[in-house]
Design a protein around this ligand. Structure first.
Ligand SMILES: Nc1nc2c(ncn2[C@@H]2O[C@H](COP(=O)(O)OP(=O)(O)OP(=O)(O)O)[C@@H](O)[C@H]2O)c(=O)[nH]1
Ligand SMILES: [Mg+2]
Length: 366
């Protein structure tokens, strides 16, 4: 058992706060939730011990960052001592935020950098904006994403546009709940790996192997019952309607299977589909946990990484790497946000989302 591994989940800005709100009341010993925001109004729904108000209280007076990432960044610097104090005993830090406006975009990279000083693993779960939010939010989100990527071990990207395309006709609170549910799944997958022991066990060391310094990764879980439960569960777990990345081209994948009466054939189906989708060269780290015999579910938890580098042209990657010191270097204060937007316009315009997967098995295409 690894129950002494402490996870801290930080919800940064409005979106981050929303995503942890339904989870704060889950009392799990090793998991703590903290809401961080420049906007004091948004923090009123949380208990005092779960809150960090970002920004010098005299200077900022609890007002938000007004969609300006530069202010979000400054506020995080002003509160860096209290952030450090609150998170320094964490082994794993998960930062949840929406990219595109002020607080989540500007503060998250600063917070991630502080977390990296202490935690063995720093992950981010971030949304990228709806197309209809306009160019400025989109550009901010792209720069924010790049900046955050430099300061975390890896990140999972949730596409709000995919949410709109796939769930645009259901009520908005339900569709947003779906995106917030992703965070809960991710936390559960990580906690399962570090706290439960299977007959084929995956543990914290495996988690680190697959998530340290990996850029964009994918974490998901899905379950199914019935005769074809293996086929159904694997289809759901590798094809998400909301996540930006697919497992195509992944180097490494943790596949943790949980169920009762799991057969060799079921395991074989799951691993074959994953291998065919990711590519033959993928290294699969497989775990198996046996659940109560009354539980008819077959559940698959999956963490895939290594596909990030293949999803971008090296030229673009190089240009992106030149985008340095936006948030984290205070000496660079004359390079403000707008300056960076102008300077990097070509990167913003050329930035691609995930290409369509070519040799995805037919039944997985929607
Ligand atoms: N999926 C999802 N996306 C959200 C939610 N709230 C906001 N977003 C997205 O996140 C982006 C940033 O919004 P917020 O998190 O409210 O902004 P903020 O970080 O508080 O920034 P400021 O208010 O300017 O300080 C938006 O542009 C949306 O694309 C939510 O509850 N769910
Ligand atoms: Mg806000």
């Amino acid at each position: 058992m690894h129950n002494n591994i402490k996870i801290k989940v930080l919800g940064v800005g409005g979106c981050g706060n929303n995503s942890i709100k339904p989870l704060v009341s889950n009392k799990v010993d090793n998991i703590e939730y903290i809401a961080l925001n420049t906007d004091s109004q948004a923090l009123k729904d949380f208990e005092e011990q779960n809150v960090i108000q970002l920004g010098d209280s005299n200077k900022r007076r609890g007002f938000g960052a007004g969609r300006n990432p530069e202010i979000g960044k400054e506020c995080a610097f002003e509160s860096s001592e209290i952030i450090e104090e609150k998170i320094k005993d964490a082994d794993i830090v998960i930062i949840s935020a929406g990219m595109g406006k002020g607080t989540g975009t500007g503060a998250s990279p600063v917070i991630a950098k502080i977390a990296k000083k202490y935690a063995s693993l720093v992950l981010a779960v971030v949304t990228i904006p709806f197309e209809n939010e306009g160019e400025k939010i989109k550009s901010n989100s792209i720069i924010g994403l790049k900046e955050l990527k430099k300061n975390v071990d890896s990140m999972i990207v949730i596409s709000n546009e995919k949410l709109l395309n796939n769930y645009g006709t259901i009520s908005i609170d339900h569709s947003l709940k779906l995106s917030n549910k992703i965070l809960e799944k991710i936390i559960n997958v990580i906690n399962e790996i570090i706290t439960l022991t299977g007959i084929q066990n995956v543990d914290f060391a495996d988690l680190l192997t697959v998530t340290k310094d990996k850029g964009e990764i994918l974490i998901n879980s899905a379950s199914a019952t019935g005769k074809d439960r293996a086929e159904k569960a694997v289809e759901k777990v590798i094809f998400s309607n909301i996540l930006e990345n697919s497992i195509m081209g992944a180097d490494e994948i943790i596949v943790n299977i949980t169920g009762s009466n799991v057969t060799l054939q079921e395991i074989n189906i799951i691993l074959e589909v994953i291998k065919n989708t990711a590519g033959e060269k993928v290294n699969i780290i497989q775990g198996l946990m046996i659940s109560d015999s009354n539980d008819k579910n077959l559940k698959i938890s999956l963490i895939a990484s290594g596909m990030d580098k293949k999803n971008k042209s090296s030229d673009l990657e190089n240009k992106q790497n030149n985008l340095e010191n936006v948030f984290t270097n205070k000496d660079d204060s004359n390079k403000d946000w707008m300056y960076l937007l102008e300077e990097n316009q070509d990167i913003i315009e050329n930035s691609t989302t995930l290409e369509e997967v070519e040799n995805l098995p037919h039944f997985l295409k929607n």
